[in-house]
Structures are given as C-alpha cells and as structure tokens.
Design a binder for this molecule. Structure first.
Ligand SMILES: [Zn+2]
Length: 217
C-alpha cells in the first residue's frame, strides 16, 4: 500500500470530532493530497460544510505582496491598548517572572501595541521581575537570565517586531481570507491576539496555556 493509501485508511478510522479538529486546527500543515482526503471525509460523513470553506481559506496562503500590505495596515491601526493612533503599532515580547518560596511563574506575552504602551509595559515587567522574580530557588536562577534577555531584546526590537507580526499574519491566514483585512477586522484580531497569546512556565518547567500555533523559540 502506498503512503497516501495508508493515510486514507487512517482518516477513515478517525472519529468525527478528530476530523473536525484536524480541519479546524491542522489543515495548514497538511499537504495537498491529504487535504483532499480530509475534505472527502467531511463530505462523506456529512459534517458541517463550513469546515471545507475554512480549510480552503486556511490553505490559500497570502502572497508576499498581500503580507507587506497587511503589515503596513497593521502599523497604522489605533493601539488596542490605549485606543490612540499617535505611534505606529509594534509587536514586542514581554517576559515576567514572579516567585514565592516554591511557586515560580515565568510568563512570555507577545503583544501588538503602540510604542508608548509597549515602553510602559516593558517598564512594568522590569519592575515586577526586579522585585518579585527572585523569591524561590528557580526564580533566583531564572531572574538574572530574564533580565539579561530583556536587555538584549532592546537591541533587537525590529527583529522581534517582524517575528511577532509575521506569526500573527500566519496564524490568521484563514480569518483574513474569510473576513477580509479592513481596519475593523484587523483591530478585532489584534485585540484577540493580545488577550490570547501567553506562554506560562511553572515551577516544574511545564509549559501551560500554550495556544495551538504558538511555539517557543
Ligand atoms: Zn497604546
């Protein structure tokens, strides 16, 4: 049996909810042949037809030109935090560490904000880290690392911005295809992204609350 036939057999054995889950969250990573199998299963089982619309939107990747245009539109939106339009929006990473005796919580948040809100949030994270980071064994070891990392990050603002905006565009490809890229849609998606995207690491080193398409790099 060739590989694609094997995949076909596997898909036949999947439950409806697994098929729905793949369609919603993983279609972007599938190659063309497998996408065909997935769509076939959705049709055969009479699952929600919107899943096929979603797969088509997710896999219709934005061109470089579309991405560049989007990038400029994002930069010129009003800030989802302060509501002002005085500075260009930028994507930045905020690391916060809080520890008390045995508890240590290390959080990385990727946010798209205006430069003024970003600066204020950086200062807030810095103060939290300096005052609340040290007070557990793990925090004692981790806090200097985070303070150094944040200092180095100050020199790579543009690189971090490019990474965070690119990730945002990549994650929302399907939404852009279905809902368009007008300012209102973009603003809504950025607000959602800012509330959603958080990587939390607890004392035992487990990562908590990672959303599907976020990766630690
Ligand atoms: Zn702002």
């Amino acid at each position: 049996m060739c590989k694609i036939e094997e995949i076909k057999e596997n898909y036949k054995g999947f439950s409806d909810s697994k098929i729905e889950n793949i369609a919603r969250n993983e279609s972007k990573e599938l190659r063309k042949g497998v996408l065909g199998i997935l769509k076939e299963e959705i049709e055969k089982r009479n699952l929600d037809k919107k899943l096929i619309t979603w797969i088509d939107a997710e896999t219709n990747t934005l061109s470089d030109f579309e991405k560049q245009t989007l990038l400029r539109n994002i930069e010129n939106l009003k800030c989802p935090n302060c509501g002002l339009k005085e500075n260009k929006l930028i994507g930045q990473e905020f690391n916060t560490i809080v520890s008390v005796i045995l508890f240590c919580n290390n959080t990385t948040e990727n946010r798209i904000l205006c430069s003024s809100c970003s600066r204020n949030k950086k200062i807030k994270s810095f103060l939290i880290n300096v005052f609340a980071g040290w007070w557990s064994r793990r925090g004692f070891l981790l806090t200097p690392y985070i303070l150094i990392k944040d200092t180095i990050n100050l020199f790579y603002k543009k690189k971090i911005n490019n990474r965070i905006i690119a990730e945002f565009i990549e994650r929302n490809n399907g939404m852009f295809r279905l809902q368009g890229t007008d300012d209102e849609t973009l603003f809504g998606l950025i607000s959602w992204h800012n509330n959603d995207y958080k990587i939390s690491e607890t004392e035992n080193g487990n990562l908590k609350g990672i959303k599907k398409s976020t990766t630690r790099s």
